[in-house]
Design a protein. Structure first.
Length: 267
């Protein structure tokens, strides 16, 4: 449920990330347009927010997108050769920041959670989704792949669910996301915030040193696997002559579509 003082989503594509105290936890919130599409700048802002004293000293950290949408992905134009290395570097920085948060992180997911947005969710320790939320890794439909997903999903979800997500590129509802292991819980619309706050209070009641050590030991090796996948993306996938064909077709289709249609979404 939206708070009264929550910003109304706008078409401002500069984006922003906010860190603020919440019930039982520190909240990290982002907003960039109605679908919260990340670009390299917003990814770096997120990485910096995750290094603030408020986050590093918190007992639990809740992440969420403003305006009823987690994120519909990363800007497709940033996947093209002039910008792709910068985008990958910014994404790695954000993921490293997220994985290095000492306290448990909780993804509070409403609306669309697609592409790189889903990878960010999967880097969180726990994830709760509203019953109307949607999830997917559509990159394969554009001829590319999600590096963090390729590097970690088999370990995080198991081989069959991981390959279902990455090979098919389908969008799934919250119940299917629960079945696949993306979510810990599905919560009725309007009750998500209170359920996340309840979990945050529980985590905050436990011994911080134990939670932090447990998290550090459980999360080892994910970033080294990401570096290998990122190298293959940049040096093998993007080196092919037709590497950008699917991305460019998407951008051409989006340019020709009315702004309110699904063609405006990213990956």
């Amino acid at each position: 449920m939206k708070k009264k003082d929550e910003p109304v989503p706008s078409q401002d594509l500069r984006g922003r990330v906010k860190v603020e105290p919440g019930e039982g936890a520190v909240q990290v919130r982002w907003q960039r347009g109605p679908l919260n599409i990340f670009d390299s700048r917003l990814l770096r802002d997120l990485a910096q927010a995750l290094k603030t004293p408020e986050v590093l000293e918190a007992r639990a950290v809740v992440l969420r997108g403003d305006g009823g949408c987690w994120s519909a992905g990363f800007a497709v134009e940033d996947h093209l050769r002039p910008k792709v290395r910068e985008m990958m570097s910014a994404f790695r920085e954000a993921l490293a920041g997220l994985r290095s948060v000492p306290a448990p992180t909780i993804a509070e997911v409403e609306g669309h959670c697609l592409g790189g947005g889903l990878e960010l969710l999967m880097a969180c320790d726990l994830a709760l989704g509203a019953s109307s939320a949607t999830f997917g890794q559509p990159e394969i439909r554009l001829g590319v792949f999600p590096p963090f997903g390729v590097a970690t999903y088999e370990r995080l979800l198991g081989p069959r669910p991981a390959r279902e997500l990455l090979f098919l590129g389908s969008t799934v509802d919250a119940q299917d996301a629960l079945r696949l292991g993306i979510l810990n819980r599905v919560v009725p619309d309007g009750q998500l915030g209170s359920e996340v706050a309840k979990i945050a209070r529980t985590l905050s009641s436990y011994r911080p040193a134990t939670l932090r050590l447990q998290k550090r030991l459980m999360g080892e090796d994910q970033m080294s696997a990401l570096v290998r996948a990122e190298s293959s993306y940049l040096n093998e996938l993007m080196a092919a002559p037709d590497a950008e064909d699917g991305l460019k077709r998407f951008l051409e289709k989006r340019a020709a579509a009315p702004p309110s249609t699904p063609a405006a979404r990213s990956s």
